[in-house]
Design a protein around this ligand. Structure first.
Ligand SMILES: [Zn+2]
Ligand SMILES: [Zn+2]
Length: 363
């Protein structure tokens, strides 16, 4: 009646060591255990077969019988003359159907040191802000959804023990009667591991242990953040499973560009037009800064494209105590002249300064 290939079922070679058999069994049992696959009949069948194969192959005596005859069952007796020189005298059948399997199984699932669980996932929240908000800092409330530990089951994903039900397979007895020929053998129920009880999924979180929950958080964005800056809020990410620590929340700054100022790091750049006269004679000009207007002195003979530094007029720094600088690039605006008198003056100016600006160019 039992013609499955136990080795195939466990995915091991004929000569596999007990250790390999145990390893392979653990792996498969974890995958196909009914608690992991609620309602999956195929998985349940598979799990039964795996358990059956393991029960035989993990016992050297039973395995010997199986290897010799290609089958094994509790009431199996070789007929006289069927023997292939195999000696049954040392076999003890009395412990068959004992609790070895379920003991092992419950140790595997419930006992021993648990591997450390990974923390909850980190979350990212993008917050849009103006150029000025980024410079001055910002305090605002954000709303987002995160997975939090389910309150009903405290993150276990299982209904409280009072709600656990009797195992439907053994009706809560933990034992199953198996008829093998004339013998009626009691074995530990494989569905509940002999406990007679089945944990039910928590109805609130459907067994996930966590629920997506709307969260609100007042965040303080420090002065000086830049576009793309990530500010970490420890422990405000998703809840971990099974008591693992929560992840972090990263608020990512999305800063609207400014029409006049451009920011690179802690420095601020801008372009300011000057007149030909200002450039030629030098001048003190008013330039916009993030603090308001500031006086910039340009020397006589200033050329277009020349840059001037206003120390400490840049953005506040997240790393250093001092502020960055502002760089002002000068653009010389050439007057559009229509009247004859001005043209005359310019020609006169050219005669007084007969320089050739292209003299140094190649060829
Ligand atoms: Zn729950
Ligand atoms: Zn049961």
């Amino acid at each position: 009646m039992n013609r499955q290939d136990f080795y195939k079922t466990l995915g091991v070679a004929r000569g596999a060591s007990l250790d390999d058999i145990r390893k392979s069994y653990r792996k498969l049992a974890r995958k196909y255990h009914p608690d992991v696959n609620p309602g999956d009949r195929a998985a349940e069948e598979r799990f039964k077969k795996i358990s059956e194969a393991y029960e035989v192959l993990s016992d050297p005596k039973k395995r010997e019988v199986y290897d010799a005859y290609g089958t094994y069952s509790e009431n199996f007796r070789p007929r006289p003359g069927d023997g292939r020189g195999f000696d049954f005298s040392g076999l003890d059948f009395s412990e068959l159907g004992g609790s070895g399997f379920s003991d092992f199984f419950s140790r595997m699932f419930h006992g021993g040191p648990e591997p450390p669980r990974p923390p909850g996932r980190d979350l990212e929240y993008q917050i849009s802000m103006s150029f000025d908000d980024a410079l001055n800092g910002l305090r605002t409330q954000i709303a987002y959804d995160r997975m939090e530990a389910c309150g009903s089951c405290r993150g276990s994903g299982q209904a409280s023990t009072e709600r656990a039900g009797n195992c439907p397979l053994c009706r809560g007895t933990g034992k199953l009667a198996q008829v093998r020929g004339r013998a009626r053998v009691m074995t530990d129920c494989h569905r509940c591991g002999g406990t007679g009880r089945i944990n039910r999924q928590c109805p609130s979180c459907s067994g996930h242990g966590r629920i997506s929950t709307p969260a609100r958080l007042v965040v303080r964005i420090p002065a000086g953040v830049q576009n793309g800056s990530r500010i970490r809020f420890a422990g405000k990410g998703e809840a971990g499973l099974g008591g693992a620590p929560p992840g972090d929340l990263y608020v990512v700054a999305k800063v609207t560009p400014h029409p006049f100022f451009e920011r690179k790091g802690d420095n601020i750049y801008c372009k300011v037009p000057v007149t030909v006269t200002e450039a030629a004679l030098g001048a003190k000009i008013q330039v916009p800064t993030i603090d308001g207007r500031s006086l910039l002195k340009i020397p006589p003979g200033t050329q277009g494209g020349q840059k001037f530094r206003l120390r400490g007029k840049g953005a506040p720094s997240l790393r250093a105590a001092r502020r960055g600088d502002q760089f002002v690039e000068v653009r010389v605006e050439v007057p559009r002249i229509a009247d004859e008198r001005s043209k005359e003056l310019l020609r006169e100016l050219a005669q007084l300064n007969p320089a050739d600006p292209r003299a140094g160019l190649a060829r």
